[in-house]
Design a protein around this ligand. Structure first.
Ligand code: NOJ
Length: 684
């Protein structure tokens, strides 16, 4: 290929030039133009494609198999429309519950986020998608994302924020998207340390680095720092630095005048072309049948296939049951329930129809996703009300009142039902759209649209109140002590099958097994951090994010990380720990038995946390393994964990290498981060 052809492969053809959100130029007849599109909840702005459960729900399911299948189905849909590259999956951390894009990611723990990232990448690529795992790195809030600097030490970078990317690399992710923000004062997309030393050096990444949209700020400097593709590729008015066409002709010139080595351009193009071959796009790749700027193009091409089965299953598997007093759920255990009242706009459809708001940026009906580039159209919607009606059958009267504001009327409708289900929501999204005064990041973590008042009014009126919350993340629950609130159900953001997956759990077809991928605090001030308004965002807490912070300062959460009830009970016994090898070769294995001691079959998520030797100055405990096991009632199952160097090491900043600390470790086996059932120590 000529230099110009190689450069074309690395260069976006410009904003809003179509047909996709991002497009590279063809290299003559030698290599095709590539179509890049969001991701990661489904194909953005496309009809007859699916809206999957959100990333945060994949995390809440703690289900590797369903997460891989979700990726595979999503990848199949993208490919069938002729899209080459998915802009995802996302793997930034929930550092503060107010960050608007938390819902696209996988919560507050790097290990869980890493497992979800790994399975998603494997799934997507198994269907022939080029993945761009994002956003590297430190993009934990939307406020000031274009011009702020995330400042963190090297230990925090390696041990926490990098870990999900390491797992994406284990899954052989073909691409990495660098983030808008600076890291320690250098833009992430031209950060030689992050891109060259860490990603391509230490981690041996062989794929390509693509910029987030307009996150490129230079030509030679960015290219020499490790950036391989620029998006969307032009310097239009929206360019955040007012920059210029960074690649394209400017890159060719940079080679000609010696600022960039020609081999580096060959390397950039090779990385992109290699990705295309790696996922098999050289054979039988479908014609592009999609246009990001005109959803009618290719609209008739229905690529949903069987995705809905995965969405319904993972929707149900990610429902977290927070409270179930008097075993009020599941419904339908006897025929005492003759009338169910369903209250709140969050139980119904958007009265204005499906997909009426730009990129999901409104919350008029039930909340199935957040807003922004991570949103996808709904091909159809099974509302909670539909799902409940359908499942309740003809012998149960289901009445509804979907106005959030007239609490007296809501209370009246709720008052004579055997069960009152009250729905409320809390939304967030990306910073380019403001919804209900929320600029992407959440103004606060309270329920929207009078939710607290509605819940109180319904609970005052009905002693069998079931609260259902659709939320992007934690909320405050000022009504938590109301004695009539018998159950709290937390389905997160379940996508198009929301009503079915919820009803599956409410009526006991599926035993709930979802676990919180984040901490729900008693009050907002208990969280370590908040959205930072300054342009320097200091990650001074280091690796003590999420439950690690609550553990360190002994703060009692309302519902802890890893928590979730089941309709059955599990008993853990017989923990055995074995150590073999030394130092970097150390390997620790653990085994235990889990018994389903209740009356129904169910799935449990057995969680393994490690406490490090005191000298290592690590958080009290850190998740280092989990197994989701299906166990029939009355049966036992063996569960095994294996911890290798990856799980036992800490980053030594002075030496710039990983070391396994010597001393006594504690292994905690629990049903949540606070419900530790067994523990043992081992010495390395
Ligand atoms: C900006 C977002 O940060 C990124 O996640 C997305 O892929 C691009 N825009 C393209 O929409």
């Amino acid at each position: 290929m000529s230099l110009e052809e190689r450069v074309n492969i690395t260069t976006g053809t410009g904003n809003e030039q179509g047909p996709c959100e991002g497009n590279t130029a063809a290299a003559g007849n030698l290599f095709p133009a590539l179509c890049l599109n969001d991701g990661p909840t489904g194909l953005r702005r496309a009809y007859n494609t699916s809206q999957f459960v959100a990333g945060i729900n994949a995390a809440a399911s703690w289900d590797r198999e369903l997460t891989r299948q979700r990726g595979a189905e999503m990848g199949r849909e993208f490919r069938a429309k002729g899209v080459n590259v998915i802009l995802g999956p996302g793997m930034n951390m929930m550092r503060t519950p107010r960050a608007g894009r938390n819902w696209e990611f996988a919560g507050e723990d790097p290990y869980l986020t890493g497992e979800i990232a790994y399975e998603t990448v494997v799934g997507l690529q198994s269907s022939g998608m080029i993945t761009t795992s994002k956003h590297l790195i430190g993009n934990e809030q939307d406020t000031n994302r274009y011009n702020s600097s995330t400042n963190m030490d090297d230990k925090t970078l390696h041990e926490l924020y990098l870990h999900p990317f390491v797992r994406a690399l284990d899954a052989e992710t073909t691409g990495i998207m660098c983030s808008y923000n600076m890291v320690n004062g250098t833009y992430a997309c031209e950060d030689d340390y992050i891109l060259n030393s860490v990603l391509k050096g230490e981690l041996g990444f062989k794929g390509f680095v693509v910029s987030d949209w307009w996150a490129t700020h230079s030509t030679a400097f960015a290219v020499n720092s490790g950036l391989d593709m620029t998006m969307p590729g032009d310097a239009n008015s929206q360019s955040i630095t007012g920059g210029g066409l960074w690649f394209g002709k400017n890159l060719t010139d940079a080679v000609k005048n010696g600022d960039v080595d020609e081999d580096r351009v060959t390397d950039m193009a090779t990385r992109i072309v290699a990705a295309w071959y790696k996922v098999g796009q050289d054979k039988g790749f479908p014609e592009l049948n999609f246009n990001y700027f005109d959803s009618n193009v290719g609209a008739d091409l229905d690529v949903q296939g069987d995705s809905k089965d995965n969405i319904r299953k993972q929707g149900a598997a990610s429902v977290v049951l927070l409270r179930n007093d008097d075993d009020i759920l599941p419904l339908g255990q006897d025929d005492k329930v003759k009338k169910i009242a369903v209250i709140g706009s969050d139980a119904g459809a958007d009265p204005e129809g499906l997909n009426q708001c730009q990129d999901g940026a409104c919350s008029r009906g039930t909340l199935t996703q957040g807003w922004g580039s991570g949103s996808a159209y709904l091909p159809y919607l099974v509302t909670p009300l539909d799902g409940i009606k359908d499942r309740a059958g003809d012998s149960v009267d289901v009445v509804s009142y979907l106005d959030d504001w007239n609490v007296d009327e809501a209370a009246k409708v709720a008052s004579d039902a055997d069960i009152a289900m009250v729905f409320a929501k809390s939304d967030s999204g990306e910073m380019y759209i403001v919804v209900d005064d929320n600029p992407g990041d959440r103004n606060n973590i309270s329920l929207w649209y009078n939710g607290d008042e509605l819940i109180k009014a319904v609970a005052d009126a009905n002693k069998n109140t079931v609260v259902v919350i659709h939320s992007v993340g934690p909320i405050l629950m000022p009504w938590i002590d109301h004695p009539n609130i018998k159950a709290i159900v937390w389905p997160g953001l379940p996508g198009q099958e929301t009503g079915n997956s919820l009803a599956d759990v409410l009526f006991g077809e599926v035993n709930p097994s979802g676990k919180l991928p984040y901490t729900i605090a008693k009050k907002f001030d208990d969280y370590l951090g908040d959205i930072v308004m300054e342009l320097d965002i200091e990650y001074t807490e280091g690796v003590n994010v999420g439950y690690r912070h609550f553990d360190k300062y002994d703060i009692e959460p309302l519902y802890e990380f890893g928590y979730g009830l089941s309709y059955t009970t599990f008993d853990y016994s017989g923990l055995k720990v074995k150590v073999s090898g030394k130092g970097k070769d150390a390997k620790v294995t653990a085994s235990l038995k889990v018994e389903n001691t209740g009356d129904v079959d169910g799935a449990d998520v057995v969680q393994a946390y490690l406490g490090f030797p005191e000298d290592a100055e690590q958080p009290p405990k850190m998740l280092r393994g989990f197994e989701k096991v299906n166990i029939k009632h009355g049966k036992k199952q063996d569960v095994k964990f294996e911890f290798s160097e990856r799980d036992l090491r800490v980053w030594d900043t002075a030496k710039q290498e990983w070391v396994v600390p010597s001393g006594t470790f504690t292994l905690y086996i629990g049903a949540s981060s606070r419900d530790i059932r067994l523990e043992d120590t081992f010495t390395l």
